[in-house]
Design a binder for this molecule. Structure first.
Ligand SMILES: C[S@@+](CC[C@H](N)C(=O)[O-])C[C@H]1O[C@@H](n2cnc3c(N)ncnc32)[C@H](O)[C@@H]1O
Length: 399
């Protein structure tokens, strides 16, 4: 979509066509051929009807990230793909609002995922982006949701930042071929990120950011939503509260853990034999290197120096881990494992694995089970040895 097509979409005629396209999309149950035929009856211009229909399709896809707001918002396909999901953006904005900055500038605001959250949090916010279409889309999104904020085309790397309280940066980490893992190939690149982190700033980065890349005094926060790690954010020393943080956005709220909650931080890892319960830490906790904090919380230890499973004799419900009751240890080798599972009538098997060379789908196929019972096994290393544990899920993560 070019700027002229998007600008037209915001006119009275464009908005009418968008409504027609929404109805056509719903009536056609998302079938693009039927929807296109219906829209073309109102607007024979191929490009305009395609712009309106594409927008409706993107709005529907956008609901997964932005909830019902997406049905009033505007997107480009890449802009939607790269946008921060609402819950994660709201969390970041709330953290920023608590620091009471005079204003926040969103450097590389895209279609406005973060910018909208800043405005919703009552922060005086401005966004800039190199791409004029995204700037127009972000501006239209603020207006569509009745939010205040300014947006303009500018290069983040040359913009004077002195007038802004805090800078937020979400560098583009994709190119035409997909995700870019080399931090020097991000736009703007890592050298700009490092410089920015010397002033009040927060930078969204990939969850795989190596710990040793995080500059001194900067807090790295890993955020998961419903068990999936979504991103990491680097908080400059002016805004940092800890060194490492895991924030878990669960079904019922937010829970957050730092190295200060870890009684084992900087000490040898607490190892112990498998107890009655096994805890599988949330991905954000693992990425933040806070598995031993979970061990502390559940009065337990690790099953192996290098494996992110915690065990304890006590049952805790925690937002930071999925809890399993350990029913028994089964043979690790395939043949006796198959015999043990058949003996227990297991037909449907969930295989969790960590730190061992097992491909669950392939193992399940080779086991060829056919009984009526359902079971979960954990294949992992305990004190260096391959081990299979028959477990029962007790509670999932989520605050
Ligand atoms: C990952 S996206 C931002 C997504 C945004 N946070 C959201 O939630 O919608 C990165 C954006 O940075 C922009 N960008 C890259 N380099 C830039 C630069 N030097 N100045 C301004 N914007 C830039 C890209 O055009 C892209 O829209």
């Amino acid at each position: 979509m070019d700027l002229a097509s998007f600008t037209w979409l915001l006119t009275g005629d464009g908005q009418t066509l968008l409504e027609v396209a929404s109805r056509a999309y719903a009536d056609a149950d998302g079938d693009p051929v039927r929807a296109t035929a219906a829209v073309r009856r109102t607007e024979p211009d191929h490009e305009r009807s395609a712009t309106a229909l594409t927008q409706v399709g993107l709005r529907v896809r956008g609901v997964a990230k932005f909830g019902e707001d997406a049905l009033r918002m505007y997107f480009t396909p890449d802009g939607l793909e790269q946008a921060t999901r609402r819950r994660v953006a709201d969390h970041r904005a709330a953290r920023l609002a608590a620091a009471a900055p005079a204003s926040v500038v969103d450097l590389g605001c895209g279609i406005g995922g973060d910018l909208l959250a800043l405005a919703r949090a009552g922060i005086v916010a401005a966004g800039v982006d190199l791409d004029p279409v995204r700037v127009a889309v972000a501006e239209a999104n603020l207006a569509a949701l009745g939010l205040e904020g300014a947006v303009m085309v500018a290069d983040a790397t040359t913009l004077p930042l002195d007038g802004f309280g805090v800078a937020l940066l979400d560098p583009a980490r994709r190119d035409g071929r997909g995700r870019v893992f080399d931090v020097d190939a991000w736009t703007p690149p890592w050298t700009f990120v490092e410089g920015l982190l010397r002033r009040p700033a927060v930078v969204k980065v990939a969850p795989g950011v190596p710990h040793d890349l995080v500059p001194d005094g900067v807090e790295a926060e890993w955020v998961s939503e419903r068990g999936d790690v979504k991103e990491a954010a680097l908080w400059s020393p002016h805004l940092a509260v800890a060194r490492r943080r895991a924030t878990v956005l669960g079904a019922h709220g937010l829970a957050t853990l730092t190295e200060e909650d870890d009684p084992h931080d900087g000490r040898p890892r607490p190892l112990r034999a498998v107890g009655r319960y096994l805890y599988e830490p949330d991905g954000a906790v693992i990425r933040a290197g806070l598995v031993t904090a979970v061990a502390g919380l559940v009065d337990g230890g690790l099953v192996d120096e290098k494996i992110a499973y915690v065990t304890s004799d006590a049952a805790f419900r925690t937002p930071y881990a999925t809890t399993y009751e350990v029913l028994e240890e089964l043979p690790y080798r395939e043949k006796p494992l198959r015999a043990a599972l058949r003996e227990r009538g297991v037909g449907r098997l969930t295989i969790k694995k960590r730190g061992v060379d097992v491909v669950p789908e392939q193992l399940r196929k080779r086991l060829a089970l056919s009984g009526d019972e359902e079971a979960t096994i954990v294949m992992t290393r305990v004190a260096g040895e391959g081990t299979a544990l028959l477990v029962r899920p007790v509670s999932g993560p989520g605050a």
